[in-house]
Design a protein around this ligand. Structure first.
Ligand SMILES: Nc1ncnc2c1ncn2[C@@H]1O[C@H](COP(=O)(O)OP(=O)(O)O)[C@@H](O)[C@H]1O
Ligand SMILES: [Mg+2]
Length: 499
């Protein structure tokens, strides 16, 4: 018996008669004709036929997603046996946009396998909807090959993910020209690399190129990409899409009502400069995202604390009570202690009783070792406030005597690679509001630091830097144990036994 033979579509196609080929293509003509592309979409379609990678990006509502879907279908129809991959960072984004729109468009034409997220056409072409939530999820695509890879909302992705997936371009059929297309609004974790790759191009001598180019160019080789694909950027404007403004005349007004200036300019005008990384911000979203972990076992954590930054007033409109749970564990690979943000259970302007109950709840759910709370004007009220609800919860009171940035800076430093390339402060899952505060607050602005940031910094200081001047003593046993096991050594944190 010989080895099993795997027939590819190409083999079947090459061996087929004309009649059989017509059968293989059967169904393509059943797809309802799409509405005509608007001029800018048509330009993107034309240029994508020449470029190795093309970004159609800018304002929201210009018709980017519509074009993306039509492009994918075209690639599947025109090249029997082709494989097209459409990527979003997380599945719920697909489930809200691409999946329902494609299902509607391809009803009765392509078969959808909801488990594999694949549309199979009568000509054996496949459009696959993929995701890569965590940085290393891209390795799921190892060994896969695609004639066309499509990124919806490219700035959601890390550059490393983009480059890795790009290496999966290897057309499964001869006549498909391998290429990448992407759509996006400005902003997001990938803003900076996407902007420098596609939007703000420079000549070899470093001079900025005139913008928009709307043409295909050959980028200079780099160490990482000795032979980069040809590139193209098509800026998207809201005015590109008369259908939307006609159907929904208030759409532009709604975009204008967005309060964050950078986001508003980005979504309304497709302005790439309005939303750059905040100057002076201590944390980088890229670094947070690259080092995100999916889960941490509570049993692997040596200590867990609940950080609390109480609000001064419980009136609506006053600030929130920041409540952030974090833990620390020994990392075998680096032989270092690594801290993890576990949960953000911040409450908007709660009463003292409400935040105390929330902190106590977090303490029990995480089997935390203690609560660390900032004492503000309330003096020891903070400790008493928790004790009234649950006297068994150990509380450390900390006083913000030094400047906020003096406390925040060493914690932020832990979240970027150290001299060995290790990152010692990581986020378990995603915490969008906390991460937004971390990456947009700049200590030099002079504004008060936000509540979630403060709560996290208190927790991190306790776990990673041996705490500050604490006054709580209700958990004396715990600390005595920690001390006898070594306690804190310099800032090489926690060398005591597991607790
Ligand atoms: N060529 C077109 N013809 C008719 N309607 C279109 C066309 N392009 C986009 N639309 C419609 O306009 C709306 C916004 O388009 P969409 O592709 O979602 O924009 P974007 O992704 O740029 O935010 C959608 O309802 C879409 O169906
Ligand atoms: Mg869209």
């Amino acid at each position: 018996m010989g080895a099993p033979v795997t027939l590819t579509f190409q083999d079947i196609w090459d061996a087929a008669t004309d009649d059989e080929r017509a059968d293989l293509l059967n169904g393509a003509d059943k797809i309802p004709k799409p509405p005509d592309l608007f001029p800018r979409q048509a330009l993107a379609e034309t240029l994508s036929g020449e470029a190795g990678e093309l970004l159609y990006g800018g304002a929201a509502g210009g018709g980017k997603t519509h074009w993306l879907i039509e492009h994918a279908i075209q690639q599947a129809q025109d090249h029997p046996g082709n494989r097209v991959l459409i990527m979003r960072r997380v599945w719920p984004s697909h489930a809200r946009t691409i999946e329902p729109r494609m299902k509607q468009r391809l009803a009765g034409v392509a078969v959808y396998n909801g488990g594999r997220h694949e549309f199979t056409f009568p000509n054996m072409s496949i459009i696959e909807l993929g995701t890569c939530q965590y940085a290393d999820d891209v390795f799921v695509y190892q060994g896969a090959e695609y004639g066309c890879i499509i990124f919806e909302e490219l700035t959601e992705f890390l550059e490393s993910q983009y480059l890795y997936l790009g290496s999966r371009l290897r057309p499964p059929v001869d006549d498909a020209r391998p290429h990448i297309i992407a759509t996006t609004n400005p902003g997001g974790v990938g803003h900076t690399w996407v902007k420098s790759r596609f939007v703000s191009m420079r000549d070899a001598d470093g001079k900025p190129r005139p913008w928009p180019i709307e043409d295909v160019w050959k980028p200079d080789p780099t160490e990482r990409e000795p032979n980069p694909p040809t590139r193209c950027f098509v800026p998207a404007k809201l005015d590109d899409n008369p259908a939307l403004t006609k159907r929904d005349p208030t759409y532009r007004d709604r975009l204008r009502a967005i309060t964050n200036r950078g986001r508003r300019e980005a979504l309304e005008k497709g302005d790439w400069d309005a939303i750059d990384q905040v100057e002076g911000a201590l944390w980088s979203l890229v670094s947070i995202d690259e080092n995100r972990v999916r889960s941490v076992d509570r049993s692997a954590l040596d200590a867990v604390v609940v950080g609390v930054d109480p609000n001064v007033s419980s009136k609506v409109g006053s600030d929130s009570c920041g409540i952030v749970v974090a833990g620390v564990a020994f990392d075998e690979r680096s032989s270092k202690m690594v801290g993890y943000v576990l949960e953000d259970c911040t409450m908007p302007h709660p009463t003292p009783k409400a935040w105390a109950l929330a902190a106590i709840d977090a303490y029990h759910r995480w089997e935390a070792n203690w609560v660390v709370a900032e004492v503000n004007n309330g003096g020891d009220l903070v400790e008493r406030n928790i004790a009234v609800e649950d006297a068994g919860v150990p509380v450390r009171q900390v006083r913000a005597s030094r400047g906020k940035h003096i406390r925040a800076e060493p914690i932020a430093a832990l979240a970027t690679p150290d001299i060995d390339g290790d990152v010692r402060w990581r986020f378990v899952g995603s915490h969008p509001v906390l991460e937004d505060q971390l990456t947009t607050w700049s200590p030099t602005d002079g504004g008060a630091s936000p509540d979630r940031l403060d709560a996290m910094v208190w927790a991190a200081t306790e776990l990673m830097l041996g705490g500050g001047a604490w006054s709580g003593s209700s958990n004396a046993d715990f600390f005595a144990e920690a001390e006898s096991g070594g306690g804190y050594v310099g800032d090489e944190v926690w060398s005591g036994d597991s607790v």
